[in-house]
Write a protein that binds this ligand. Structure first.
Ligand SMILES: Cc1ncc(COP(=O)(O)O)c(C=O)c1O
Length: 511
């Protein structure tokens, strides 16, 4: 990798371009997850230049780099104003921090809540099952117990009574989403915040995903319930600028209603011979690049730009939902109320995971969601403004893909493999077992370095690709129905373990 003499700039960039050609398309409105594309000409060039100007600036010390502090404070003010805070609002003393993303914002919201209550030795947080997985990560990292509240399979929201019932004296934070990632629905924030306030505990609104769009959708006449700092009892709220603020990746904002609520988020340390470390967020050294790029995005798009992008997104959502409604055998999981279209199938002969593959084959990259509790498997579409110009092409492609999926029939896992998926325990899944399973499914040549002595592959694991017609076939990145069917059959703890091991197999040094 380290060339003896070093390569010329053109050669290096050509290498990266060749690697990037392997990726899913980040632009063009055909990838409905992971990326947020406003399709604004010139924005990429602007943000790249802004990023370059500040890439070497270090957020570690705001006194050494006041440029970064100024840009962070401007981003916090913009987010606060959009989300019901600032001078003259219901939250005039709002403060905030810029973090690297939604997960970090949520971890810090939980940390601040936990550390503000040192007298609670076994702290807990209450999170709807539809809350983002980052809350579970925060609970895991911070050794806080996660109390999950089920969501109603029809409304896809928790009931306020269930949230109230889950709150205990040790609860340091109650969370809700505005909107949820999986289905794009807004939780009953005002009612949940009231429950938290009555219990004397904090309430965090996770608006990481759609928090930048909801206020604009409201201005466009979409009914959006109160969800931000204007709601009594909401103590903190997070919004990701690298999602619907359309900034390049690496920027989220965590707001607290006042500085006393934020205090426990900070970490300061002087008990060593080096510099006194003061970190408002998880990272210490932080590049100024993403912050400058976000600053440039907000300044360039402006309020009118965001309103226009929200309108384009709303129109795209309406058209996509219409395309889904027009297909027999598909059902919207919820009437779209933000920027997500999510659907499932009502036809036992239509395999949703095959449909996802058929859409991929037609150049539309959607996100399959596995069954969970009472909720069926579904297909998730995160809709951004760039989808609007392509949306008319989606309906015919969907109809065509559904016809192809019906013709292909259901994925049938070999009975033994299905039985294995449902009976495996997470502990039984060693790297060797997963490597054998991945190889059996045709998923690359990953072979774990052994030597741990842990477990022998189960011979049944190699059977997936070797089944008869109409049954499982080898998976490829474009044909994932078999893998998704296997994961769908397994309980969440086994899914986690399988995929953790699988990703670990992928992450090997490129010698
Ligand atoms: C509602 C919600 N919260 C938190 C996150 C986590 O954000 P990130 O991936 O930036 O860490 C996401 C990401 O999709 C999200 O949708």
């Amino acid at each position: 990798m380290i060339d003896e003499k070093g390569l010329g700039a053109d050669e290096v960039l050509a290498e990266i371009r060749a690697l990037r050609a392997l990726d899913r398309p980040t632009h063009g409105g055909r990838l409905f997850a992971y990326v947020y594309d406003p399709a604004v000409p010139g924005l990429d060039e602007l943000t790249a230049a802004a990023h370059a100007q500040s890439a070497h600036v270090n957020g570690l010390d705001p006194t050494a780099f006041p440029s970064l502090l100024a840009m962070e404070n401007a981003l916090v003010a913009a987010a606060a104003r959009l989300l019901g805070g600032g001078p003259g609002s219901a939250a005039p003393d709002v403060v905030g921090s810029v973090t690297s993303g939604g997960t970090e914002s949520l971890i810090l919201a939980v940390k601040a809540a936990r550390d503000a209550r040192p007298e609670i030795t076994a702290p807990r947080i209450v999170v709807p099952a539809s809350g983002h997985a980052a809350f579970a990560k925060a609970a895991h990292l911070l050794r806080v117990t996660l109390d999950t509240v089920p969501v109603d399979p029809v409304t896809l929201r928790p009931t306020v009574a269930d949230v109230a019932a889950a709150v205990r004296p040790e609860t340091v934070l109650v969370a809700c989403s505005a909107p949820s990632y999986a289905h794009g629905v807004v939780d009953p924030v005002a009612e949940i915040a009231a429950v938290a306030a009555a219990a004397g505990t904090r309430c965090h609104v996770d608006a990481c995903f759609g928090g930048w769009t909801l206020p604009y959708l409201r201005r466009l006449g979409v009914p959006v319930p109160p969800f931000d700092l204007s709601v009594d009892g909401v103590t903190s709220i997070s919004v990701d600028l690298h999602k619907y603020a359309y900034a390049p990746k690496g920027v989220s904002v965590l707001l607290h209603r006042d500085a006393s609520l934020r205090a426990a988020q900070y970490f300061g340390y002087a008990d060593w011979p080096g510099y006194t470390m003061v970190n408002p967020v998880l990272a210490s050294t932080r590049s100024g690049g993403p912050i400058a790029a976000a600053y440039a995005t907000l300044r360039h798009l402006g309020d009118a730009g965001y309103l226009r992008l929200a309108a384009a997104t709303r129109d795209a959502v309406t058209a996509l939902a219409g395309a889904v409604r027009a297909v027999d055998g598909l059902r919207l999981m919820a009437e779209p109320e933000s920027t997500v279209v999510c659907f499932t199938t009502t036809d036992p002969d239509l395999d949703l995971f095959v449909l996802v593959d058929e859409l991929t084959a037609r150049g539309w990259h959607t996100q399959p969601q596995l069954r969970y509790a009472d909720l069926p498997p579904s297909v998730h579409l995160t809709v951004t403004a760039s989808v609007a110009p392509r949306v008319a092409e989606f309906g015919p492609a969907l109809a065509d893909a559904v016809a192809a999926a019906r013709a292909a029939g259901l994925v049938r896992l070999p009975a033994e493999l299905r039985a294995l998926a449902t009976s495996l325990t997470p502990d039984a899944l060693t790297p060797e077992t997963v490597a054998a399973l991945a190889a059996g499914l045709g998923l690359g040549a990953a072979t774990p370095t052994s030597g741990s002595g842990a477990g022998t592959p189960d011979p049944r694991l190699g059977a997936a690709a070797a089944s008869g017609p109409g049954e499982a076939v080898a998976a490829t990145p474009e044909r994932m129905a078999v893998v998704n069917t296997l994961l769908d059959a397994a309980p969440p703890a086994v899914r986690e373990r399988l995929l953790v091991e699988f990703v670990s197999l992928l992450q090997r040094p490129a010698w």
